[in-house]
Ligand binder design. Structure first.
Ligand code: GDP
Ligand code: MG
Length: 295
């Protein structure tokens, strides 16, 4: 429905305990400056997360540039499910003077969240642990139409050791349908070549239904996203779109772009998998390597 994220429909998948207490879901956006990260956050989470004002004609004011890693928290309630959604926005890679290891502060941030969780687990009097571990890292690729840059390859290889990496193509409206099709194919080949393993990966105990769900994502991946900058009322419905050279891109229309498909993957079809993989793959690896290290 309009104005909801849709996570209430995963209700039957989630454990009862989580449902009762509510649960936390942490998403981060990463990539070069100017690829539309902050704009997409605004688009994906509809009005709920928006910090920007809208002029009377429906045009949006531009978003301020993101200058530091910062998290915005939102408590969303849909049906009987309560979700605490944390969105971590990051400054673009290009903003740093030395770009050679520009992913380092982000890697460090993700590790710190694992570390907080581990400390809390080890504490004698552990209350319910505040979970700030990143469940999904949306990695923005520039819409170049060319091969992956060495920087993006290296950054994704570093990030995937710690977090579920979800590659997206930013500003996808700047490519034609044909260019986009070819570019996606190219990105998938490059990922294969360089050993980049985007979410979701097959896991032990997967059943046929899990494999099918995974294949659906693999077909769309990398998600070609477009963020909106206009809204209009058409037949009583709010239509969110971006004006481009070629016409209007309706960001909620799947024949126009993958923004809606990405949202469905995050909040409906793979929400549980993102949370599970974070705990049992990424956090577990971190925990093991930290507990093994002698003091
Ligand atoms: P960030 O630096 O990655 O957070 O990028 P912003 O969200 O701040 O957007 C940078 C610029 O790109 C702004 O002028 C946006 O209006 C524009 N932009 C954002 N999303 C899109 C998109 O999907 N398509 C196009 N063509 N431009 C976009
Ligand atoms: Mg930004």
């Amino acid at each position: 429905a309009q104005g909801t994220v849709g996570f209430h429909s995963i209700g039957d998948q989630l454990q009862r305990r989580l449902l009762k207490q509510g649960f936390t879901f942490n998403v981060m956006v990463v990539g070069e400056t100017g690829l539309g990260k902050s704009t997409l956050v605004d688009t994906l989470f509809r009005g709920q997360v928006s910090r920007r004002s809208c002029a009377p004609n429906g045009d949006h004011e531009p978003l301020p540039q993101t200058v530091e890693i910062h998290t915005v928290t939102h408590v969303l309630q849909e049906a009987n499910v309560r979700m605490k959604l944390n969105i971590t926005d990051t400054p673009g890679f290009g903003d740093l003077v030395d770009n050679s290891e520009c992913w380092e502060p982000i890697v460090q941030y993700i590790e710190e969240q694992h570390s907080h969780y581990l400390d809390a687990e080890l504490a004698v009097n552990r209350a319910r642990i505040e979970d700030s571990r990143i469940h999904a890292c949306l990695y923005f690729l520039p819409p170049t139409g060319h091969s992956l840059s060495p920087l993006d390859v290296k950054a994704m290889l570093e990030l995937q050791k710690l977090v579920n990496v979800v590659p997206v193509i930013g500003k996808a409206d700047t490519l034609t349908k044909e260019e986009l099709h070819a570019f996606k194919e190219r990105v998938r080949e490059d990922m294969e070549t360089f050993g980049i393993q985007p979410f979701p990966q097959p896991r032990e105990g997967d059943e046929e239904e899990d494999m099918l769900r995974m294949l659906e994502v693999k077909e769309v991946m990398p998600f070609a996203v477009v963020g909106h900058n206009h809204e209009a009322q058409i037949d009583g419905q709010t239509v969110r779109y971006r004006k481009t050279r070629y016409g209007m891109v309706n960001v909620d229309d799947r024949s126009h772009c993958d923004s809606a498909a990405l949202k469905e993957m995050l909040f409906v079809t793979h929400l549980q998998d993102l949370i599970d993989a974070t705990a049992s793959v990424h956090y577990e690896a971190y925990r093991r390597s930290n507990l093994e290290q002698p003091e």
